[in-house]
Design a protein around this ligand. Structure first.
Ligand SMILES: [Zn+2]
Length: 617
């Protein structure tokens, strides 16, 4: 610890500069001291090992500085990072963008790019370090597969228990990656990690942080965005500024870094009252390794300490930043992984004249890889961008193809987009009797034959004493979580002020607790969005009124097994004079039950009640 020779002269200036600082940040303690004390209590010898490593680091720094009057010029060190997001599908499952924002903040703070260094008090103004670390998300995982460096795990461990080292089951080798676990809640503090050199197992050599403290966007805010700057400091060897085996505000302590004054540490930004341990020495309240919420800087001594932790290979941190490892983790050079085409759109159909966005999620396998869209009937019809916004001028079914290629091959994926006119369609009345055993040509089936579940017509069973019907063959098939549906054509009710619909249904549950779903859905915007038609009975009611509960394959064997549903006033309110309406009959299997039974539909009648002659059809 050295007395700062200029500390005597700066008190007045510090008062002026601190006046402009708004201390709006929130104090965020860290669980590092707690887990370290716990570890040393169980492993007393590891504390001696750690103290030896501290001496070694400081001796090495000293011997290097002998040969350099000024500090050695740094070489930038690159660190491959992997984020493991442990979640239960709640807000803790933060976005990729929030992770990218966190990487930006780490690089900003570790490269002294933060604009708020202008607020550093004069005592430390000339000692703000550019640590010169570069953080990058890994491009290749430990098995050699391509990755974006963000791995999501659906697990109750998102409620993290810091005393269970065995819960670090997702860690990639810590000599190759900086592992950051993102969780919903930690039992002891919002974040923590261990120091290198204290002998913890490799799989626990990771940082754990609550999701709301990651980055500055999404579920986080810029006020709390430096928690990981602090934790990464620990991961590269820095203790809290008040030293190990101490607590903030208790005793004046030493962190074994030569240019950070002895301090008790601060939980508030007492910049004007920072001479606590020695009457002449201003303490570094604004240090990233303190608890005060005005963290702005590392000292050059801390930067040297972190870099020496790496060059001495504590916890194999030297291998982490090696060119060999940067290649193996996909940070530099080509990625030895196969090209894979993948893309999605939020919509599967639109109206003509509208545009639709397609997002590529492809991996080309190397940095010079290419991707190319070929869009049948679209404007543009060719693109090499990652996201393409395409307009279709005419109605039709169009193929959208994405071809990706790289050093390790080529891959393509084709999807179909449906473009509808948005005007006109079938006029009511329109009637589906299903009596001839042939599926009407204007009915479209979706997800048909999922696990063998399929829609089919019957010619010997029908509602209202008719011969045929339509049914979802569901009995004795694993229907757990399946979604089967069919759609009608578009209907034009433009000059129909009294449209209505009726149909018959019959259904049995396989077990009393069976919770399948039936919905009548409709779209008014060419299939972009689907809404649920209100007031349709649920499957419990449907089963109670028709087939009941039976574990054998259900078929309605008499007229009392059918119910007619007639939709008039609510139907008219929604659809009268609408010029392009499409209907979807949707059946979803119980997500918990693997057994189900058959679902029957018959005599679908879409009507125009202003045409009185056809009212009774
Ligand atoms: Zn800490």
């Amino acid at each position: 610890m050295k007395t700062r020779i200029f500390s005597l002269f700066v008190s007045l200036i510090a008062i002026f500069s601190s006046a402009s600082i708004t201390q709006a940040q929130i104090v965020q303690p860290c669980g590092h001291d707690h887990v370290t004390a716990q570890w040393w209590a169980k492993n007393p010898k590891s504390k001696e090992d750690y103290e030896r490593s501290v001496k070694k680091i400081n001796a090495s720094i000293k011997s290097k500085s002998k040969f350099n009057n000024s500090r050695m010029r740094n070489v930038r060190l690159t660190i491959p990072v992997v984020f493991h997001i442990l979640h239960l599908n709640g807000p803790e499952n933060i976005s990729d963008e929030q992770i990218h924002d966190q990487i930006r903040i780490l690089n900003r703070d570790y490269q002294k790019q933060n604009e708020d260094t202008s607020r550093v008090v004069d005592a430390f103004k000339n000692n703000i370090a550019d640590v010169d670390f570069e953080f990058q998300l890994a491009g290749i995982d430990p098995d050699g597969h391509c990755t974006n460096g963000i791995v999501r795990h659906y697990t109750p461990k998102t409620m993290w228990n810091s005393s269970r080292l065995e819960d670090f089951t997702y860690t990639w080798p810590s000599e190759k990656y900086l592992n950051i676990y993102i969780v919903k809640k930690i039992d002891i503090a919002p974040a923590y990690t261990f120091l290198p050199g204290i002998g913890i197992p490799d799989y626990a050599d990771a940082i754990v942080c609550e999701s709301w403290l990651v980055g500055s966007i999404g579920t986080a805010t810029s006020l709390n965005s430096r928690v990981l700057t602090h934790e990464v400091g620990h991961w590269f060897g820095l203790p809290h500024i008040w030293g190990v085996s101490n607590a903030p505000g208790v005793e004046c302590g030493d962190d074994f870094v030569d240019d950070t004054p002895v301090t008790k540490g601060f939980v508030s930004c007492s910049i004007n009252n920072s001479k606590v341990c020695s009457p002449d020495i201003q303490e570094n309240v604004q240090n990233y390794m303190d608890y005060a919420p005005c963290k702005l800087m590392f000292t050059n001594g801390q930067a040297a300490y972190m870099r020496e932790t790496i060059s001495l290979g504590l916890n194999k941190r030297d291998h982490l930043v090696s060119d060999e490892n940067l290649k193996a983790t996909g940070i530099i050079g080509d990625k030895p992984c196969a090209a894979k085409a993948d893309f999605y759109s939020i919509f599967s159909s639109i109206c003509k004249g509208e545009s639709i966005k397609f997002y590529s999620q492809s991996q080309t396998g190397d940095i010079n890889g290419t991707q190319k869209w070929i869009i049948d009937g679209g404007i543009p019809s060719i693109s090499i961008d990652t996201t393409v916004d395409v307009t279709f001028a005419e109605a039709g079914e169009y193929e959208v193809k994405l071809i990706v290629s790289g050093l390790n091959g080529r891959d393509s994926l084709t999807k179909v987009v449906y473009v509808y006119d948005g005007n006109g369609g079938q006029k009511a009345p329109h009637f589906y009797a299903f009596d001839d055993g042939i599926l009407p040509s204007d009915i479209q089936l979706f997800n048909n034959d999922q696990n063998g579940i399929h829609w089919q017509t019957l010619t010997d069973i029908g509602a209202n004493d008719t011969k045929g019907c339509f049914f979802l063959h569901n009995a004795a098939i694993d229907s757990k979580g399946t979604k089967a549906y069919f759609e009608t054509p578009f209907f034009d009710f433009f000059d129909n002020s009294k449209p209505s619909m009726s149909f018959y249904y019959s259904y049995a549950k396989n077990s009393a607790t069976q919770a399948d779903t039936f919905r009548l859905e409709y779209t008014l915007d060419c299939g972009k969005t689907w809404r649920i038609f209100p007031g349709i009975p649920g499957t419990n009611t449907m089963a109670n009124l028709t087939g009941g509960v039976t574990s054998s394959a259900y078929f309605p064997n008499g007229p009392e097994r059918w119910r007619k549903l007639t939709l008039t006033s609510s139907f008219q309110a929604l659809f009268k004079n609408k010029n392009s309406v499409k209907f979807r009959f949707y059946f979803g299997g119980d997500s918990q039950s693997s057994v189900a039974n058959n679902f029957f539909i018959d005599e679908i009648n879409i009507n125009n009640e202003t045409i009185s002659a056809l009212q009774d059809q």
